[in-house]
Design a protein around this ligand. Structure first.
Ligand code: TXA
Ligand code: MG
Length: 333
């Protein structure tokens, strides 16, 4: 049984399953995660099996406190331990929140989490159910988005049920995710902090808080070209089974004879054809609202029996950069 405010009994039940090496899906403020004890090799291997995820694609580890985040970091392996510590301290006010940092991995985090590498991605999620669950488990939780590899990330418990269903021991329902787009991934491994995946916490915000330039890696290039940067940042990702095209670069002849579904950011967006189904994400093109509703809309249209999904676009600035990153990946066939 699930509810939007999981009871202490539900949390304790889920924590018990996790401690026993089972997989539990749980809500975060970004998307739902597929959780396992990050110190248990077999449990983490099960995540890869259930998602059909390539074993070279490392996972994000979720902790409940800043102290635990530092405990999961091996500062002694850092190129400059003092600089890394001061950067983590500077970022502290952003947690709990949609930011993952890549740092040298402490030994208690098992090998499979980091795909055999020496670094680990860490974050403190902001959803109260996630924080209560991690605290009840007493261990860090490895959790990728709770979707089959390359499909759209889930932003409701029903999305998780639809695509992973029986493969998970339990699903904690915490309502629809507030942010709706996965966390910003910031590498603190080199001297220059580098964003590997744009998210709700922007390069500008990070550069202000860190008092240094923050580089944004070109994450739309294929992983074959950048094997070391972030193996998971594959060009094809977040993709519905139905082809997706962006309105800004659409060749209208593509629409001829096709059943069209459209996702627009406000009702004023002009469309080249009358769609069979149209989802309007915001009254006023508010990007927070667009981000929060985008993945649910992509899933809805993927299930609507249309031949082609047309999607609105925005300036790739601030949160718009994260939205356009996901949309560009969704258009790759
Ligand atoms: O918002 C989120 O981050 C969600 C929620 C559940 O927390 N999680 C999530 O996990 O999106 P996942 O596994 O779907 O995406 C993690 C991304 C992948 O692109 C992966 O390659 C990258 O982070 N990543 C993880 N560990 C890394 C590492 N050590 N080095 C480089 N990239 C890493
Ligand atoms: Mg994912």
């Amino acid at each position: 049984m699930t509810s939007v405010f999981p009871s202490p009994t539900q949390i304790e039940h889920a924590a018990k399953l996790l401690r026993a090496g089972k997989l539990v899906a749980f809500p975060t403020e970004t998307v739902y995660g597929l959780g396992a004890d990050a110190t248990n090799e077999d449990a983490v291997q099960a995540i890869f099996a259930v998602k059909g995820r390539p074993s070279n694609n490392p996972l994000i580890v979720h902790v409940a406190t800043f102290e635990d985040l530092v405990r999961c970091t091996d500062l002694s392996k850092a190129h400059n331990p003092e600089l890394l510590r001061s950067r983590l301290e500077a970022l502290r006010p952003l947690w709990p929140g949609p930011l993952s940092v890549i740092v040298p991995k402490a030994p208690q985090i098992c090998r499979a989490v980091s795909a055999g590498g020496s670094t680990v991605a860490l974050r403190i999620p902001r959803h109260p159910a996630a924080l209560r669950l991690i605290t009840a488990c007493g261990c860090p939780l490895a959790a990728p988005s709770a979707n089959p590899s390359t499909y759209i990330s889930p932003t409701t418990a029903q999305h998780v049920r639809d695509s992973l269903g029986d493969a998970v021991a339990d699903i904690i329902d915490g309502g629809p995710c507030e942010v709706g787009i996965e966390s910003t991934v910031l590498s603190l491994v080199g001297d220059e902090p580098t964003i590997l995946r744009p998210g709700a916490i922007t390069a500008h915000e990070l550069s202000q808080i860190l008092h240094c330039p923050v580089r944004v890696a070109d994450t739309t290039v294929s992983d074959a070209k950048q094997p070391l940067l972030s193996p998971g940042l594959m060009a094809k990702h977040y993709a519905p089974r139905t082809p997706v095209r962006l309105l800004s670069t659409l060749d209208p002849s593509l629409c001829q004879g096709r059943m069209i579904g459209a996702i627009v950011f406000s009702k004023n967006t002009p469309l080249p054809v009358a769609p069979k189904v149209c989802v309007v994400l915001s009254e006023s093109r508010a990007l927070e609202e667009v981000a929060a509703k985008l993945f649910a809309a992509l899933r809805e249209l993927d299930a609507a029996g249309v031949d082609l999904i047309l999607v609105d676009t925005c300036e790739p600035i601030g949160l718009g950069a994260a939205i356009m990153d996901r949309l560009l990946r969704a258009t790759r066939d």
